[in-house]
Design a protein around this ligand. Structure first.
Ligand code: GLY
Ligand code: MN
Length: 370
């Protein structure tokens, strides 16, 4: 997979500048590292960016001097500043803000500590009006560009291959951790640079805990086992879950799995451009309600995927006072209904879905029942 070309980054920054103009901002301080990666390709453990109508500065420290030079060589329209002799990111940012001459300056309120904000506000002086922004870059990230769609499609195909290999092997007799280790070996084999999150292997009663982490329990005949894992491919996260029964499923267990499959089908069918995310969630919930299992569905139906494993759009129940924007072609999201019966077990089935102009495309492809 070649790296995204310069035109993708130029287009992303152009979309950001349009959003900044709408918000009346003449600059935006970007502190979220995934947002910085999105806008510039810089992947560093510490960085800041300042974007104005004309310019874009990246600030990082000596550990990333070469990475900054590489970005400047690869992409037009960037300027780089290594953290100066003060050793302070904040001090360096304040000098860049002065050079930019911005007055209405946005900052990402979800990604700046109160302490850092107070310091910046005092140091930048009264010429700068600081404006809180929320999810301005994240909303752009929610709609993938063609390079991102191709990357996520390839990542989901690789994840599906890994899932098929893992699920073809017997599970009985291993501990949850041993199964998780095999999952992570398989992720590496198919080319992922790292797992996207701590692999979940939840067996027997543990399957009733949606985010149980793999532990020392040994998988036994009759267990329901929820396997939920993901990988990062060229910086992009994909995520899949399947539920298996060790040995023969009881009629009750098979019924639960069928009910979750139906709920997932209903939710996937509701994915289309213009649909409110809550409608996708409601479709899964109505299906489980009809099966008498709605009370056991205790989380949202899905989340966006991209540079982070959980990003926009949010696909869940309507939150009081919040209207989530409608789905748009180019969004990539999980659809992962589940049921959790305390003390008994649980079922979750998760796939990755691209919103297309005509509706949807399933990116993952793994048998849901065996
Ligand atoms: N698959 C883990 C999660 O979505 O939280
Ligand atoms: Mn997920």
């Amino acid at each position: 997979m070649p790296a995204p070309g310069a035109r993708f980054f130029l287009a992303r920054r152009a979309r950001l500048r349009a959003a900044m103009a709408t918000a009346g901002l003449d600059g935006l301080v970007v502190s979220s590292l995934p947002n910085i990666t999105y806008l510039s390709g810089l992947a560093a453990s510490a960085a800041l960016a300042l974007v104005t109508a004309e310019r874009c500065w990246l600030i990082s420290d000596g550990r990333y001097a070469q990475a900054l030079r590489d970005r400047l060589d690869a992409l037009p329209g960037l300027e780089a500043r290594e953290v100066d002799g003060s050793g302070s990111y904040e001090q360096t940012l304040v000098s860049v803000i002065a050079e930019a001459g911005v007055s209405r300056l946005g900052f990402e309120s979800a990604h700046v500590s109160v302490r850092r904000f107070r310091w910046l506000e005092a140091a930048a002086g009264s010429a700068v009006e600081w404006v809180e922004t929320h999810e301005i870059v994240e909303r752009l990230r929610a709609v993938k560009d063609p390079w991102e769609v191709a990357t996520l499609r390839e990542a989901a195909a690789r994840l599906s291959d890994a899932a098929k290999c893992i699920l073809a092997n017997a599970l009985a007799g291993s501990t949850e951790r041993e199964v998780a280790a095999r999952v992570e070996q398989e992720l590496a084999r198919v080319g992922f640079t790292r797992p996207a999150f701590d692999t979940i292997v939840a067996s027997g009663p543990n399957a009733a805990l949606p985010h149980h982490r793999a532990g020392t329990r040994r998988l036994m005949d009759g267990d329901l086992v929820v396997l939920d894992f993901g990988g990062v491919w060229h910086g992009y996260a994909v995520d899949v879950s399947r539920t298996r029964v060790v040995g023969r499923a009881t009629a009750r267990q098979a019924g639960w799995i069928e009910a979750v499959i139906k709920a997932q089908d209903a939710a996937v069918a509701a994915v289309r451009p213009g649909a409110a995310p809550e409608r996708v969630d409601a479709a899964a919930r109505a299906s489980l309600d009809a099966a008498g299992l709605g009370e056991y569905f205790t989380h949202g139906t899905g989340h966006g995927l991209g540079l982070e494993v959980h990003e926009l759009p949010r696909v869940g129940r309507r939150r009081p006072g919040v209207t989530e924007p409608p789905l748009l072609a180019g969004m990539v999201l999980t659809v992962e209904p589940g049921i959790y019966l305390p003390g008994e077990g649980g079922v979750r089935i998760e796939d990755d879905v691209l919103v297309t102009r005509g509706g949807r495309e399933l990116l993952t492809d793994v048998p849901r029942m065996v």
